[in-house]
Ligand binder design. Structure first.
Ligand code: GLC
Length: 570
């Protein structure tokens, strides 16, 4: 029999051998594949100092709420010093915090407090353009010979008052702005105050990668790359093709083929991924990638090479033109089958578009529709990205007159384009002054009028609230092995109004999910589509007022209008 001493030594050796392996396994758990990522628009989340505008200390105060909701990471829209023409997307210093949001020390505290709660922080990396007040641009604009003369896209005009070509800014008007000091035009895809950087100059890439390192060194979990398909423009400056009709700003419609999604951008992204991969703990690159189809989306992952972004946003599923089951089924299937095994990232809402109820709601079943969309977001195999306020069904409050508008595109485009204020209103926490967002009743944008009924405090107490639906789905996503990690398979039920799929865990557990896109109740047989395995299922979650608990007959699953069900096959 081995001596006790021998056994103890043996156990110690085994421990020494296993510990690094266990650590490696933990590090390998690729967190972003299962994550719920929560977008925070910092102006609108929580004001901590009573100036009517959100700030970093406000976000820190609300970390326990986010933890309780089940959020894994927060993406914070730009918090850097900025003249705020585009509310932070015009950056004048990449390595600091705008005083209206706090200080770098506040940021460090937010990061440390978030880390304590296992919440990661994702920064917004705005690399296509800077503010026109950034020292780089001021220097670049000062002469044609300064060291940064070529850091932006400068060109001669075609003649007095004539820009280099017909390219338009996506925010209205010509994309070219004349600068008298250089007697040249500079290019801006967004506002005049957002000059585009010249990514063909290697010094620009070098400076931007250094900026990313600054934040990576602090310990952020990754970046959301703003407007990243627009980094490069066609160097020949050929005119874009003019299309019939006018856009919301009264300009002629034009193609944007020469202004965005140029192949050169992929070289930058591959180098960026290589750089980011040198950091431990699975840092992630997320792309703001509005793309026309799944083939284009796959390129942003590096296709089968998986060497570009880990998570370019799939804007196909969440930004469909209408609530159409066949379209949704096709898009979700595409994301599962045509992305070379890359991880999909579905997004239904952000700070640039009316919230999903305003886009998909029918005015009668808005809540059921939003609940059903949340079922898609949290129980498919996709990484889930949500926008603050979605969890309480915050409304989109569009300004009713031009003088109320804060977003400049709403001013220049009024009344066709009313801007993005509607989806940026302050978070509704409770029924008190300014919905608990601020002690100051004069908030930067008015609080939506429904805040007394639609807020976190009220909804926490209502079992059937949107907030509790979100919590339930997010909890299932964390704890149920099939929903957390299971292989996903789309089902053909024969009912065109139903989108259904299964998730199968390695332990054999099968969860079936069915979502109805019909305004009338449906009864659907899932058993045949499931291949006959199991006749009943145990309800894990059901929305739209359907069966809440108990056992479901898989031969006749009833779904109320826009209902959804998540059930474990028995
Ligand atoms: C992205 C942002 C948007 C911003 C634009 C210019 O689309 O999401 O808010 O206006 O880039 O930076």
């Amino acid at each position: 029999m081995p001596s006790r001493k021998f056994t103890a030594l043996w156990l110690l050796a085994l421990g020494l051998f296993l510990t690094p392996l266990l650590h490696a396994a933990a590090a390998d758990e690729v967190w972003w594949k299962h994550a719920v990522i929560y977008e925070i628009y910092p102006r609108s989340f929580q004001d901590s100092n009573g100036d009517g505008m959100g700030d970093l200390n406000g976000i820190t105060e609300r970390l326990d709420y986010l933890k309780d909701l089940g959020v894994d990471a927060i993406w914070i829209a730009p918090l850097y010093p900025s003249p705020q023409v585009d509310f932070g997307y015009d950056i004048s210093d990449y390595e600091n915090v705008d005083p209206q949001y706090g200080t770098l020390a506040d940021f460090d505290r937010l990061l440390a407090e978030a880390q304590k709660r296992n919440i990661r922080i994702i920064m917004d990396a705005v690399m296509n353009h800077t503010s026109d007040k950034h020292p780089w641009f001021i220097e670049s604009a000062s002469s044609r010979t300064n060291p940064k003369a070529d850091w932006y896209i400068w060109r001669d005009g075609k003649g007095p008052g004539k820009p280099p070509n017909n390219w338009l800014s996506t925010f209205g008007g010509s994309a070219w702005q004349f600068d008298p000091a250089r007697n040249q035009y500079y290019y801006h895809y967004f506002y005049i105050q957002q000059p585009d950087l010249n990514w063909r100059n290697p010094q620009v890439e070098h400076a931007m990668f250094n900026m990313l390192r600054f934040w990576l060194d602090k310990g952020v979990a990754g970046f959301r790359l703003d407007a990243v398909p627009t980094l490069f423009e066609d160097p020949t400056l050929t005119d874009e093709k003019i299309l019939p009709g006018k856009n919301k700003f009264g300009d002629p419609n034009e193609e944007t083929k020469l202004q965005e999604n140029l192949p050169e951008v992929h070289g930058v992204i591959r180098r960026m991924r290589t750089m980011v991969n040198t950091y431990p703990n699975n840092r992630v690159l997320i792309g703001e990638t509005y793309l026309p189809n799944v083939q284009e989306l796959d390129k942003w992952y590096g296709g089968a090479k998986h060497n570009e972004l880990q998570l370019p946003m799939d804007m196909q599923v969440g930004f469909e033109k209408k609530l159409d089951a066949n379209e949704f089924r096709q898009r979700i299937t595409d994301a599962e089958t045509k992305l070379d095994g890359n991880q999909p990232l579905f997004v239904f809402d952000n700070h640039d578009n009316p919230r999903s109820a305003a886009r998909y709601g029918d005015g009668v079943h808005n809540k059921a529709i939003d609940q059903m969309l949340a079922t898609i977001l949290f129980t498919t195999h996709s990484t889930a990205m949500m926008y603050y306020g979605d969890e309480i069904e915050m409304p989109t409050t569009v300004p009713t007159s031009k003088d109320q508008v804060k977003d400049p595109i709403g001013i220049s485009g009024w009344p066709q384009e009313k801007g993005r204020d509607g989806e940026r209103t302050p978070m509704q926490w409770n029924s008190s002054t300014a919905a608990g967002f601020s002690t100051n009743p004069n908030t930067w944008l008015p609080v939506a009028p429904d805040y007394k009924e639609v807020n976190v405090e009220v909804e926490s107490k209502e079992p059937d609230s949107m907030l509790n639906w979100y919590k339930k789905l997010i909890a299932l996503r964390r704890t149920d092995p099939a929903i957390h990690d299971g292989v996903m398979k789309m089902l053909e039920t024969g009912n065109q109004q139903i989108v259904a799929w299964t998730r199968k865990a390695p332990n054999g557990e099968v969860v079936v999910v069915a979502c109805s896109f019909a305004a009338e109740p449906q009864s659907v047989s899932l058993q045949k589509a499931l291949g006959g395995s199991g006749k009943t299922a145990k309800t894990l979650a059901a929305s739209g007022g359907g069966e809440q608990n108990g056992t479901v007959d898989l031969n006749a699953v009833s779904l109320p209008a826009y209902g959804s069900i998540v059930a474990q096959v028995q």
